[in-house]
Structure formats: C-alpha cells, structure tokens
Design a protein around this ligand. Structure first.
Ligand code: NAP
Length: 308
C-alpha cells in the first residue's frame, strides 16, 4: 500500500468536527498532521492561525482540505496550489464559477490535484438511482428540498451574506445529485424569496427543462419545521422513482430497492486519494452553474424578515 497522504485541514468549524475529523481518523490513506483556523483547534496535532503559517511551518504537507465558508476559500486555495499541495474543496467549491475555473487552471499549472467535493453525490442510493434512470424514459422530475434553517444552521451569518447562497447552500446538494442522475438540463424560470433583512434567499422555486423538453421543478424551502424533506422524484416508463433522505433511500412504485447507512465523507476522502494518486483533478461545476443561473435569471421576491 502507498504511504499515507500527509494532510492539513483549514477552517475548523461544524463540518470539520462532524465529518472530516471522524472520516480522516479511520482512513489509512491519510495522516492528519496540521490544522489552520483563527479560533478552532484540532487536538494532538500542530495548530496555526492561518494557512500561510501552516504551510511555512509544515513543509511536508502534501494536501489540504479547505472547510471555511465559500466566500473565504479562493485565496487559501490559491496559496495551497501555488505551494504545490493537492486541494480538497468543501461544497460549494467557491462563491463564483469563474474563481473555481481559475483554481482548475492553477492546479493544472502546478501539477497537483483539485477536488470539488459534492458530498451528497456519495449518498448510498445515488448510484442505484442513476442506474435505474439510465434504463428508463423519464417523463418529468421534481426536487423537493425543505429543511429548517434554525435547526441546521443556527447563528451562521456567512450563509445569509452575499456568496453564502442562502437556501441554495442545501439546495446545491440536491443539484449535485440531480446533475449526476438526470439528463443535462437548464433553468427556464426561477423565483427567489429574499427576507427583507437578508442578502440571500430563504426559499426558491425553479423550473428547468432538458433539450428535448423534459420538465424538472425544484422547490427549496428553509422554513420547514417538523419532518424534513430531501427528495428527488421522477415519473418514468418503468415506474415512479423516489430518491429520499438526501439520497439515502431509493423506492420504485413504493417498493424500497436500496437503503443503507450513509458514509459520504469516507467516500469523498477515498475519491480524493484516488485522484491524488492518479495525478488528476475532479471539478464538476454543473451544480454551481445552476445556482449562478438561478440568481441571474430569478425574479427577486421580498418576504418577511428572518431572525434566528
Ligand atoms: P462554520 O462552522 O460556520 O465555518 C467553518 C469555519 O470556517 C469556522 O469555524 C471558522 O473557523 C472559519 N471561518 C468562518 N468565517 C471565516 C472567514 N471570514 N475567513 C476565514 N475563515 C472563516 O461552517 P460549516 O458549517 O463548517 O460549513 C463550512 C463549509 O462546509 C460550507 O461551505 C458548507 O456549505 C459546507 N458544509 C457544511 C455542512 C454542515 O452540516 N454544516 C455540511 C456539508 C458541507 P475560525 O474562526 O477558527 O477561522
């Protein structure tokens, strides 16, 4: 087996504690040796206030995972790529499409790997849904992603700021699955609900079509209390498909055909090790492009103020 990849982590917050640290602790492909964060710390490794200090003090680092919010990721990614480190980007990979294109070019110029991670694509039933849809004629599809922002993102101010994406922060997870399992599509209309005191939307209704006219709707809502829904439905000639639980359960005509516990972050790190060792990059910008298009084409609807 190859030597473990010496990795550092940047932006130690919720997702690092919930997912990255547990996944890395169990993965023999990696050795986590340093962290950089203004306030957060990781036990038992070297900690630094920022990525420049970390890269200067720990030259043996081969890769970094960048887990700060998207608005603050580009400069850190550029610094790491210029220092010839492989880079794992949390989702969404950046605040704009063009800055991530720039990172792709920098990775190629510096001979290192760039990974735009989309964790929901690694949900357990996503590949089974893709295989089912590959053999079916799809008549229409619908994405329903409705969750309670107060429960999942308490006091996260960046998420409401420009570049934080608002309800498209979870919505882009749905799009990362939809762009993997459905035919290529484009947005034809969108309505985005902006609370009067916020810079990002709390809900959105988006319609897409494919080039041969197949309609897809997307309903995003961040004020859903009670049961949460993270579902993609498709009406097909082989039955009604429901991919629910954020991609964890697949049913056709009401019969569950695939369900297993999620292991999204271990799978993401497996994929990252694969591309590092193959000397390639994996940067699919389709989900980010759809979000950009929704902001570009969408009608802005002002709704009542939102308070945490
Ligand atoms: P978070 O806890 O609010 O932020 C992560 C860390 O980034 C913070 O603890 C902070 O660490 C650093 N940070 C915040 N503002 C910064 C700034 N202006 N400049 C530099 N660093 C800054 O957010 P999170 O929930 O972990 O989400 C981070 C990313 O992971 C997002 O892109 C999100 O979409 C994605 N993600 C989140 C979840 C989730 O369930 N939360 C799930 C999947 C993916 P310091 O103050 O120590 O620097």
């Amino acid at each position: 087996m190859s030597q473990p990849i010496k990795i550092g982590i940047v932006g130690v917050g919720k997702i690092v504690r919930d997912q990255h640290l547990p996944a890395l602790a169990k993965d023999q492909d990696y050795r986590l040796i340093a962290a950089a964060s203004r306030h957060g710390k990781v036990d038992d490794i070297a900690n630094f206030p920022d990525i420049e200090a970390m890269l200067g003090a720990v030259p043996e680092l081969e890769a970094v995972s960048l887990c700060m919010p998207p608005q603050f990721r580009y400069d850190a990614a550029r610094t790491a790529l210029m220092a010839k480190k492989h880079v794992f980007l949390e989702k969404p990979p950046g605040a704009t499409v063009s800055e991530v294109e720039d990172l792709k070019t920098l990775a190629a110029q510096n001979g290192v790997s760039l990974f735009a991670s989309w964790h929901s694509r690694y949900a357990p039933a996503v590949e089974a849904a893709r295989a089912f849809l590959d053999t079916a004629k799809i008549r229409s599809a619908a994405i329903n992603w409705k969750e309670d922002v107060r429960r999942w993102h308490p006091n996260q101010e960046w998420i409401w700021a420009p570049g934080g994406f608002g309800v498209f922060d979870p919505g882009i997870n749905a799009l990362s699955i939809a762009t993997h399992i459905l035919p290529a599509m484009f947005i034809t209309s969108a309505v985005l609900d902006f609370p009067e005191n916020r810079a990002s939307p709390v809900a959105a209704r988006v319609t897409f079509r494919t080039s041969n006219g197949m309609p897809v709707t997307m309903d995003l809502d961040w004020l859903q209390t009670g049961p949460q829904s993270w579902d993609i439905l498709a009406d097909t000639d082989k039955g009604a498909m429901v991919l629910s639980g954020g991609g964890s359960k697949l049913a056709i005509d009401g019969k569950v055909i695939h369900e297993e516990p999620e292991a999204e972050y271990p799978m993401l790190y497996k994929r990252f090790a694969e591309i590092v060792r193959a000397g390639t990059s994996d940067v699919d910008l389709a989900p980010l492009q759809h979000v950009a298009d929704a902001f570009m084409l969408g009608k802005r609807n002002v709704v009542e103020a939102f308070f945490d």
